[in-house]
Design a protein around this ligand. Sequence first.
Ligand SMILES: Cc1cc2nc3c(=O)[nH]c(=O)nc-3n(C[C@H](O)[C@H](O)[C@H](O)COP(=O)(O)O)c2cc1C
Length: 188
Amino acid sequence: MASDDGLRVFGFAGSLRRGSLNKALLAAAQGLTPAGMTIEVFDLAGVPLYDDDLRQAGLPEAVTALRAGIAAADAVLIATPEYNFSFSGVVKNAVDWASRPPDQPFAGKPIAILGASPSRLGTARAQYQLRQCFIYLDGRVMNRPEMMLGDARQAFDEAGRLTEPKAREHLAGFLAALADFARESGRA
Ligand SMILES: Cc1cc2nc3c(=O)[nH]c(=O)nc-3n(C[C@H](O)[C@H](O)[C@H](O)COP(=O)(O)O)c2cc1C
């Protein structure tokens, strides 16, 4: 876990579509890490809808991989879209699968939430609701800084690269703060 080999961050985005702003934000994060941090991005496309019958029959492979990735990481990075003033069902589904006993992997885990939206508030409402899940799950969600990228379509180029300089600078600072937060939480 903690790391002679650096700080390992496990990231996922709560959108399945190819052109997702939130996937693009995670991809940008991979290129803006502070020294020693690496971000593995996990694709939630293979995670089925939560079904307790499936769980009891044996966890689906993608769920096992999701849980193992969270458990092994020094920190978790969640990029959530905002749907109807909340976080997406894709995020909730992933959190629900990962949360089932035994050994639910969010307990004590440093977590950072970020998000991008074409509207002005940049997923603020979604992020605050997602934080609430981690009260019960005893995750350690970083309070500040926040990364809520509003008017997000203008921040990316046609290839999905984050090009807006202030957004890039803010994301780099956000990741540096996550590195400090994870280390202070005793994970690295
Ligand atoms: C069902 C649905 C509800 C949405 N509700 C909101 C909302 O409450 N606030 C918001 O800022 N954007 C909302 N949007 C727009 C999304 O922010 C936008 O589609 C965004 O690009 C989704 O994230 P993605 O690009 O990562 O897929 C909604 C989109 C959908 C499909």
